[in-house]
Ligand binder design. Sequence first.
Ligand SMILES: C[S@@+](CC[C@H](N)C(=O)[O-])C[C@H]1O[C@@H](n2cnc3c(N)ncnc32)[C@H](O)[C@@H]1O
Length: 318
Amino acid sequence: MTTPPPLGDRLKGMLEPAQIMKWAMSHYIRVCAEAVFKKGEIFAPILQIDRLRDEAFGRFWVEFSTPAPNATPAPAEPEPVLETDPETETETFQPGQNTNGSSDLIPPLLRTANGIVLDIGPGTGTQMPLLRSPSISTIYGPEPCTGLHEKLRARAIAEGISSKYHILASGAAASQLLPALRDSGTGVTEAYDSDPRSGIFDTIICVRVLCSVPEMERTVDELYGLLKPGGKLLVTEHVVNAWRTAKGSFLARVVQGVYQVFGWSFFIGDCALDRDTEGVLLRAARSDGGWEVVDLERSFAWSVMPYLSGTLVKKSSI
Ligand SMILES: C[S@@+](CC[C@H](N)C(=O)[O-])C[C@H]1O[C@@H](n2cnc3c(N)ncnc32)[C@H](O)[C@@H]1O
């Protein structure tokens, strides 16, 4: 159970995304300035916006997800922290700390990954230490931001899983992912290519990535199709604030909208703060009469970054 922090701390927490956005914006300005003044690409900030955004986001994410030397690890995203109060066994907000509350949701979830795994949008490989289990045979990491691949590769080597980790220069959409999987030369799509109902993956991991994929509903439907019968989708995603529910917050929902208007998506790699990811995930299995197991929970419901986390299991007989 999560207990909302005092109002002052909740308001302070709502400003944290502004700090993150300022940080990402400074990278974008620097990348534009370099294009114009160093490389002489004077029209690039007008004609090549996507390229510059991609480069700026890559640099930002490398910096953001890499802990400074001798520092405590940086959070993967701005968020309130939860700590368990041993007396009440509830989780309480720690004021003034910008640490990784939602990161605590990830390890127990990813420890259940097995078989052939799809780790969508792995970034710099923050979650790789959780994917060393021998019950995982192969991992495919489609990461469209190629500026992150070097870090990703280095992380796979450092974690001793480089022989089974395949980095793909691809997004999560099937139109990009399937060709990239075929090009990997591993033969992983062979069974799927002769019978798509057999699927490809035993586990699909979505950690802080569905907020960024274009056409989320379509992509999630496609990912559902790539799960083997009985396969599982592991999710930790920040979502729209469910302000109509008792635990939600109207103010946090408004602030989410304000950040969107002021360019959150533009500067943070297309990330959106206001997606109904739960609805989309639940609908993905509609053609099979729903998921076999839905085990999802919400955390930080009062905040600008409420989280949805848990497991969805595809029916084994479809
Ligand atoms: C917020 S980061 C999260 C990275 C990593 N999953 C983690 O938890 O540290 C989002 C990642 O999703 C990637 N991404 C964006 N659009 C994507 C897409 N369409 N398909 C796959 N990954 C995507 C971004 O490049 C970025 O690395």
